[in-house]
Design a protein around this ligand. Sequence first.
Ligand code: NAD
Length: 367
Amino acid sequence: MSVFSHKHFANHENVHFHHDKKSGLKAIVAVHNTHLGPALGGCRMFPYATDEDALSDVLKLSRGMSYKSAMANLALGGGKSVIIGDPRTHKTPALLHAMGDFLQSLGGQYIAAEDSGTSVPDLQEMGNKTAYVAGILNKVDINGNTISGDPSPATAYGVYIGIKTAVAFKYKSNLEGVRVAIQGLGNVGMYLAQHLYDAGALLTVCDLDESKLNMAKLRWKANVVRLNEIFSCDVDVFAPCAMGGAINDDSLAFLKAKIIAGAANNQLAEVRHDQTLMKKGILYAPDYVINAGGIIDVSYEGPDYSATIARKHIENISDTLNEIFERSKQTGLPTKSLANQISEERMSVTNTTRSKKIAGALKRVAS
Ligand code: NAD
């Protein structure tokens, strides 16, 4: 298994592998870029078929986090971690403690948050061994309720804002009567479905979990379809909210939606699919731009947390997407390529200048 010559290596600063024999932990931490600040990103637990699959995943996700934080105007770099194993059967307190020890040994260059296969309690368990976990503190939400540190509601809110923005751009309309297909009713998909339903959208959903589908039928009058039927549904928006790679040659052959806007990371199976979407007249909200709500919210974590300030910052996702959509229309460049270009420009600015800009941006958000 090569690392430096790996096709997704993309100039990573550090890639750490760890095995703890006692707990059975096998984990990889990838730190893509710390130019704008410490690398913050989720810790995913998944039963990868091969070590190579785990490495590819963590490298792609880690790079995406650098771009995500840069686009969201955060003083953070990009990193990600993966634990190789089935979260339903391999997760034990000993394994989570071993992961905590591993994170601690990296001295803060990478800070972990929850992701697919891990939860806030899992991160709290790791937090018994390390200071380098985030998204674990309770906070007071916009309605004055105390909620957990789970970033998923904030991610879902950002995706909802992003879908609203894309629909307004493409169809010059609000969400009333707009048909949205959600692939995956997990931590994010569930909250997203509620926002969309409240705004009058008509939902089509799929998931592996029958109980979630039954709930979606009852709560949102959702049209439930089989996993492979979700792509060919006659809808306006396709919202991938399960795993990466949903947009590929197979799914594109069936896709009817003219907007793709969802929470999943790395939605495009290949870089070239960006161009394909543009040619097909499909408006694509770049994944790491639209799904930044969670990391924005986590970046405000602490004793001074204000849900109002965090929410205003999340709502800036709309301005960022509008800028990308408009520039894409003017230049003929696909939206993801444009977003990459903008993020890379931001990552190349020196720390001092950048910090001043971020401070300015945050001040604007707060005012
Ligand atoms: P999750 O694991 O809670 O939910 C994923 C859901 O998708 C589950 O209900 C699962 O049963 C379902 N699923 C899996 N494979 C499927 C398939 N082939 N078809 C349909 N459904 C399928 O994860 P989550 O936290 O909701 O995150 C969803 C996606 O969004 C992930 O790609 C994640 O990386 C990304 N994301 C999440 C956050 C966050 O704050 N949680 C932030 C940014 C990005």
